[in-house]
Ligand binder design. Structure first.
Ligand code: NAD
Length: 260
């Protein structure tokens, strides 16, 4: 049913974005990958996924912290595929610091990569979606779009902002065939989280397994990481016809974290 649709997934050379890109390719969606990484690895990833699924897998190197590069990413996908039917705003970074030591540079980088990029991508993709009267926009947010944790001021602010953006866009396009939703995962074991495990292990002088249990998963009631494939399956569901009336929603997939 999603066969022959086309998607842009920002930050899809790694982690959750890559999992979502794979899941879309497997249901017949052409995918424009985006994100950093070394060129041979990205080319190999593209050719393996294209060979496995038979869809077109392209890559655009836009730095999504820059508005003009986000616009170029959407335009490149529209030119290559004829349309951007699905937009997944997934690119993100984390920076952990007490607020009085938070540098202006890190604050701005987090806002630009997470929140401003989502605005610029939606702005660029919406005219085409409106012209075709069909579209699916998913902002890959976080449980930190719903609740806060100390020392993550920029991330929590950007993620709460993405939820505001999700609701606003959903209302603006409510009478069209376009939906806009937020997926809010708890901890998923990706390179972004591996960095936090490493930093906490050093800070507390603890082995990795204790950091995972006592620090990282302390607020996640299941005490298990959320699986990348489960987040990807939710994204695919939200793009299907059965999800046509789900819009403006912020859906937790967080092992019960936000139920506290
Ligand atoms: P990751 O570090 O594995 O992947 C991040 C991706 O974003 C990479 O492909 C990277 O190249 C890309 N990226 C970073 N800066 C970029 C930029 N300026 N321009 C273009 N691409 C850029 O991270 P992840 O854990 O897969 O996170 C993906 C998203 O999911 C993020 O928005 C993150 O906040 C969110 N999230 C992650 C978790 C988790 O526990 N891992 C939980 C909730 C939400």
């Amino acid at each position: 049913m999603l066969k022959n649709r086309s998607a842009v997934v920002t930050g899809s050379t790694s982690g959750i974005g890559l999992g979502i890109a794979r899941a879309f390719a497997r249901v017949g969606v052409n995918v424009m990958l985006n994100g950093f990484g070394d060129a041979p690895t990205i080319v190999k990833l593209q050719s393996e996924l294209a060979a496995e699924t038979g869809v077109q897998i392209l890559h655009h190197p836009a730095d999504v912290s820059k508005a003009d590069q986000v616009a170029a990413l959407i335009k490149a996908a529209e030119t290559a595929f004829g349309s951007v039917d699905i937009l997944i705003n997934n690119a993100g970074i984390q920076h952990v610091s007490p607020i009085e030591e938070f540098t202006d540079e890190r604050w701005s980088a987090v806002q630009n990569i997470i929140l401003n990029s989502s605005f610029h991508a939606i702005k660029a993709a919406l005219p085409g979606m409106k012209a075709r009267n069909w579209g699916r926009i998913i902002n890959l947010v976080s449980v930190h779009g719903l609740v806060a944790s100390p020392f993550k001021s920029a991330y929590v602010t950007a993620k709460h902002g993405q939820i505001g953006l999700t609701k606003t866009v959903a209302l603006e396009v409510a009478e069209t065939g376009i939906t806009c939703n937020a997926i809010c995962p708890g901890y998923v074991r990706t390179p972004l989280v591996e960095g936090q495990i490493e930093a906490q292990a050093k800070a507390h002088n603890l082995p990795h397994d204790r950091v995972i249990r006592e620090v990282i998963l302390a607020a996640q009631p299941t005490k298990r990481f959320v699986e990348i494939d489960d987040v990807a399956a939710l994204a695919v569901f939200l793009c299907g016809d059965a999800a046509g009336s789900i819009t403006g929603a912020s859906i937790p997939i967080d092992g019960g974290w936000s139920a506290r």
